[in-house]
Design a protein around this ligand. Structure first.
Ligand SMILES: *Cc1c(COP(=O)(O)O)cnc(C)c1O
Length: 358
């Protein structure tokens, strides 16, 4: 099917094979067909999450679970680590849920470090922390292992981590990290359409949720656990997307998880080479750059909107022209999901051509 191919960092391109897998006949969500489907995916998801805990399927975008985690786990005050659009928004979500919340702000483009978090948690004011592993708006990957190691020092603080655009591009092992919630979404590296979020939670998270009265229903972690134990979901799930997930998870294991990480690193490196070759700069500092997308600083002052127009018109593909206040000042190229050396080669050739025509 001819269409404009997506190299934006979400939603990403969805393959015809994935769409075909999603087109299976509908089944009842309280019947054996659905519980068999979920039970088939569960151990594979547990392996991907690096956990023995249940992995849940939430029929919502990632923000549903981001809000749910706040409602389930914050009793006293949450520290929202903010270094980009998604993490800033999470602070806003905390406030809108009526919670006490403080923003730990660093400049967009910079990582959140363990030292920064340690210094604020030391106040004893907080019982929860939110962190975005891979800030998609800025292409910054924060050091999750170092941050997770703080959990030992602050066992009563719930560590809530969004790896929406990092998950399955770099290793994230929930049990090893010792964190309390890890959540992700379907339309980033899973290369599925939007509408499904996935998450897992620690025993300490359930214990906290049990003490909280206004968890709501739709994102109640205890409802997810009670239903998940029976390979069910609290409400009618997006069954078609879950068929797509089954297909994609099988594809991930057919490729091999390590090979998948290596592929993302290699394709990301191809984009980085293009950036250097043209004298552009990276928005994220060395050592903290995402493996799933590249956020390029427009230090050459090109007309980003015009370049994207050329990419679309002449090559039937698009990249992103910068998120929010970074529009025109940066642009982003995604390499996550099902991309290959060939498809990243295509976008690079298209970028070369379009840049020459500006
Ligand atoms: C895309 C994204 C989200 C939000 O996902 P929705 O599906 O729009 O709710 C949250 N966090 C990060 C890091 C993202 O990249």
């Amino acid at each position: 099917m001819s269409h404009v191919k997506l190299y934006i960092p979400g939603p990403v391109e969805v393959s015809p094979a994935t769409f075909a897998a999603m087109s299976q006949p509908m089944i009842g969500h309280r019947g054996k067909g659905f519980s068999d489907l979920y039970a088939d995916i569960q151990p594979k998801l547990q392996s991907l999450f690096g956990t023995t805990q249940l992995v849940f399927l939430s029929t919502s975008s990632a923000f549903g679970v981001m809000e749910g985690a706040i409602r389930n786990l914050v009793a006293k005050k949450v520290l929202n680590c903010c270094n980009g659009a998604f993490s800033d928004k999470w602070h806003d979500v905390s406030l809108r849920c009526g919670k006490q919340a403080e923003a730990l702000k660093v400049e967009w483009g910079q990582p959140i470090t363990a030292d920064l978090i340690d210094a604020r948690l030391a106040s004893g004011d907080f019982d929860a922390l939110t962190l975005i592993h891979n800030e998609t708006s800025t292409g910054v990957l924060s050091p999750l292992e170092e941050i997770g190691a703080l959990k030992k020092k602050y066992p009563d603080v719930m560590f809530i981590v969004d790896s929406v655009s990092g998950f399955t591009t770099v290793p994230v092992n929930f049990d090893e990290l010792g964190i309390d919630v890890l959540l992700t979404g379907s339309q980033k590296a899973f290369a599925l359409p939007p509408g499904l979020a996935l998450f897992t939670a620690s025993p300490a998270a359930y214990a906290r949720a049990e003490t909280i009265k206004d968890r709501g229903y739709y994102f109640d972690f205890l409802e997810f656990r009670a239903n998940g134990e029976k390979s069910m979901t609290p409400s009618t799930p997006c069954i078609s997307l879950i068929y797509g997930l089954q297909h994609q998870v099988n594809a991930i294991f057919a490729e091999g998880v390590e090979n998948r990480f290596a592929r993302h690193a290699r394709l990301n490196g191809m984009v980085h080479d293009w950036v250097r070759r043209h004298g552009f700069e990276f928005f994220a500092p060395e050592g903290y750059r995402s493996k799933s997308l590249t956020c390029v600083t427009n230090n050459k002052g090109i007309d980003v909107a015009a370049m994207i127009g050329l990419l679309k018109k002449n090559h039937s593909l698009i990249i992103d022209g910068g998120y929010g206040k970074l529009k025109g000042k940066t642009f982003r190229i995604s390499n996550m999901g099902d991309e290959t050396d060939e498809t990243i080669g295509t976008v690079i050739a298209a970028l070369d051509d379009s840049l020459a025509k500006l």
